[in-house]
Write a protein that binds this ligand. Structure first.
Ligand SMILES: Cc1cc2nc3c(=O)[nH]c(=O)nc-3n(C[C@H](O)[C@H](O)[C@H](O)COP(=O)(O)OP(=O)(O)OC[C@H]3O[C@@H](n4cnc5c(N)ncnc54)[C@H](O)[C@@H]3O)c2cc1C
Length: 405
């Protein structure tokens, strides 16, 4: 038999997080953070108290060591609360990239960033994308050159989440650079991952980009001019950075799916409340089939995607804990999530805004924040939609069908 219910511990966690969010992240506060362009320090501290930061990291490294289903519950609750999607971004970027960094880094890096980030005293992000493009990770141009027991880093990363937060909180990035020339037919080899401290000599943070959404968390660029770091900042083996990055992307994409479920659920609830009250032509508009059929379709799709997200979270957990599924097998499902859930969430916001009429177009209504925030995941943060299609087709047809090989 299959049991789809959460464990007692997971239910308890969900309840206490919902209560914390109701108290600490009411929609007025979300609006305030969206206008101010920053997540308040108190929220980050509160997230620490709730053991949310890097929550899947093993206890012996200072984390809460929760399973990936619990991490998805957290992402869903934060998405439900913060419709602007900024707090969920902070949560999921740190959880997914902090997990991978912790798994492969040295004890020194753990001391310098992982343990601090768990306490909310440092930020961890991912620095992969460059101005030349983000989808083709193997084409990055930034370099790392070995010099004795150190590495000299050069290049520029852009569209990087959390640059202002890293400046304020300290910490740094899971950085990807090329350390060996590309091998023909295997350009993803020769890429290595490092911990890049934000305050290292030669690191310059560029001007904050003016995004359209998730305003309370920044995006910016990072320039590296002969940045010297010790070999102990290398994450994983030389030349394995591409694979580690794919692992981080998978975890991030899973949490993005859960976040989008939460935001969609909230948008539907806001919509349902409205269509029961709002009258037109003598009836609540929720009585009109044109509206209620739309609601039914969205709800059905939401539940189908929720099943996909949590089943995949279970697979991810089994992959790590019991080696039951191969990473590629899990990636196929995770890419299905990244392909389907953010566009679905965008559709929910769009449709519910239509039910709300003119009110939906104002900033008195929280839905426009969601539409702007969700778009970041739809457009490409942690991977564009066509890249998910390539991954799924690769797993279905075989590697010989990868279009660019
Ligand atoms: C809000 C936000 C925050 C971000 N934060 C970070 C961050 O913290 N760290 C980081 O490293 N990056 C970050 N990114 C960058 C993100 O990873 C990239 O946007 C993403 O990888 C896509 O890269 P690109 O934008 O350069 O688009 P491109 O790679 O140039 O792709 C453009 C379009 O072409 C399509 N395409 C590309 N290749 C193919 C193909 N083979 N077949 C068919 N279609 C194709 C894509 O689907 C896309 O629609 C962020 C992006 C956003 C929007």
């Amino acid at each position: 038999m299959v049991d789809f219910s959460f464990s007692e511990e997971q239910k308890l966690f969900q309840k206490s997080l919902r209560e914390w969010c109701q108290k600490e992240l009411p929609l007025e506060k979300i609006r305030e953070m969206d206008s101010k362009g920053e997540i308040s320090r108190g929220i980050i501290k509160g997230m620490t108290d709730m053991n949310l930061l890097l929550m899947t990291v093993p206890q012996e490294h200072g984390g809460a060591e929760v399973d990936w289903i619990t991490a998805c519950i957290a992402a869903e609750e934060l998405g439900y609360a913060d419709l602007s999607i900024a707090v969920p971004v902070l949560f999921l970027v740190e959880t997914s990239w902090g997990f991978v960094m912790d798994k492969y880094c040295t004890e020194q890096v753990r001391e310098e960033i992982i343990r601090k980030a768990i306490k909310g005293d440092a930020f961890i992000g991912i620095a992969s994308t460059e101005s030349g493009g983000g989808s083709d990770v193997a084409a990055i141009k930034s370099t790392g050159r070995k010099e004795g027991n150190s590495w000299i880093l050069n290049g520029e990363k852009t569209y990087i989440s959390g640059t202002e937060e890293a400046k304020k909180m300290g910490g740094g990035y899971f950085l990807l650079v090329r350390t060996a020339p590309p091998i023909p037919e295997a350009s993803h080899k020769g890429i290595t991952a490092f911990y890049l401290p934000i305050n290292a000599d030669g690191v310059e943070i560029g001007k904050r980009l003016e995004d359209m959404g998730r305003m309370a968390i920044s995006t910016g660029s990072i320039a590296m001019d002969n940045v010297k770091i010790p070999d102990s900042y290398r994450i994983g083996e030389e030349g394995r950075g591409f694979y580690l990055t794919m692992e981080g992307f998978d975890n991030a994409r899973l949490l993005i799916g859960a976040t989008c479920l939460g935001a969609s659920q909230r948008a539907l609830e806001i919509g349902m409340e409205y269509i029961k009250e709002r009258k037109a032509f003598g009836s609540p508009i929720g009585k009109f089939e044109g509206i209620q059929f739309d609601l039914a379709d969205l709800w059905a799709e939401l539940e189908a995607l929720r099943s996909l997200v949590y089943r995949t979270a279970w697979m991810n957990e089994e992959k790590y804990r019991n080696k039951r599924f191969t990473p590629h097998e899990v990636s196929k499902y995770i890419s299905a999530i990244k392909l389907k859930v953010p566009p679905f969430a965008f559709k929910v916001f769009e449709h519910v805004m239509l039910w709300l009429g003119a009110w939906g177009y104002t900033k008195e209504c929280p839905l426009e924040m969601g539409l702007r925030g969700i778009m970041s995941y739809y457009i490409g943060a942690e991977g564009a939609v066509n890249i998910q299609r390539i991954i799924i087709a690769r797993e279905l047809l075989g590697r010989e069908y990868i279009p660019y090989k």
